[in-house]
Design a protein around this ligand. Structure first.
Ligand code: NAP
Length: 210
């Protein structure tokens, strides 16, 4: 499938993941806009002063000016945040969140919730299986990490693969349809579990082939 190269990305969530992805995508020339609930009070308010290339708008305005929307806020606020997002019909929506630790929604995963609660048809789960610092720096010496994705929409997956490779991931493997969203969150749990060992957080998954 030939993907129209997206040029603009709305990042909804300005915490660890939001900042890492904003830094990565802006450094590769994407127009990045943070979407925030309160323009006077949001997590990255100081951080953006050192990153003037990143715009900050209300959530719906950030969505409006962007081709791709990446959801990376705390999942307990998902149903409220969806109301702020507005119309996602012509957007690709990438879910980088995990709900598996913080199970406060009635949905199996954050991605199930986004599919159910938004009008977006182009949803893909991606960028959730490693620590935020590795999203910003997926290259380790001469090797790069791999990324993974899942979803039912082929176009959204091609966009996610394209974006992952653009910011330095070696490959973005397709794990399957929406049936494997839980598996994607469990893979994140594998990473989190390993991060509690002496490996700490500066490591990533890489697939080897013979
Ligand atoms: N941390 C990681 O290494 C990592 C890696 C991969 C995936 N994830 C997943 O990504 C998601 C975000 O993680 P994070 O570490 O970036 O979180 P974080 O640093 O705590 O980010 C918090 C962000 O979520 C927003 N937020 C807080 N409470 C909210 C609520 N009730 N409703 C809506 N938004 C709310 C904050 O909004 P304000 O800006 O308004 O304060 C802020 O933008 C989680 O699902 C996590 O499991 C995390």
């Amino acid at each position: 499938m030939k993907v129209k190269k997206p040029t603009s990305i709305a990042i909804i969530g300005t915490g660890n993941v939001g900042r890492a992805l904003a830094a990565a995508f802006s450094s590769f020339g994407y127009k990045v806009t943070f979407g925030v609930r309160n323009l006077d009070d949001y997590s990255a308010k100081e951080w953006v002063q050192d990153h003037p290339q990143i715009q900050v708008e209300r959530v719906a305005d950030a969505v409006d000016v962007s081709d791709v929307v990446i959801a990376c806020f705390r999942p307990e606020g998902l149903s409220e945040m969806v109301k702020h997002m507005g119309d996602l019909e012509n957007k690709v929506l990438i879910d980088a969140m995990n709900s598996i630790i913080n199970k406060k929604t009635p949905f199996e995963t954050t991605t199930h919730a986004l599919e159910e609660l938004t009008n977006c048809k182009n949803v893909v789960k991606c960028f959730n299986t490693t620590g935020a610092e590795n999203l910003a720096r997926p290259v380790f010496g001469r090797q790069s990490m791999d990324m993974f994705m899942a979803g039912d929409d082929a176009y959204a997956k091609e966009v996610a693969r394209h974006l992952a490779k653009d910011i330095g991931f070696s490959e973005c493997y397709d794990l399957g349809s929406s049936e494997v969203y839980v598996l994607m969150e469990q893979l994140a749990m594998v990473w989190i579990r390993l991060s509690k060992s002496e490996l700490r957080r500066e490591f990533g998954f890489k697939l080897l082939r013979r």
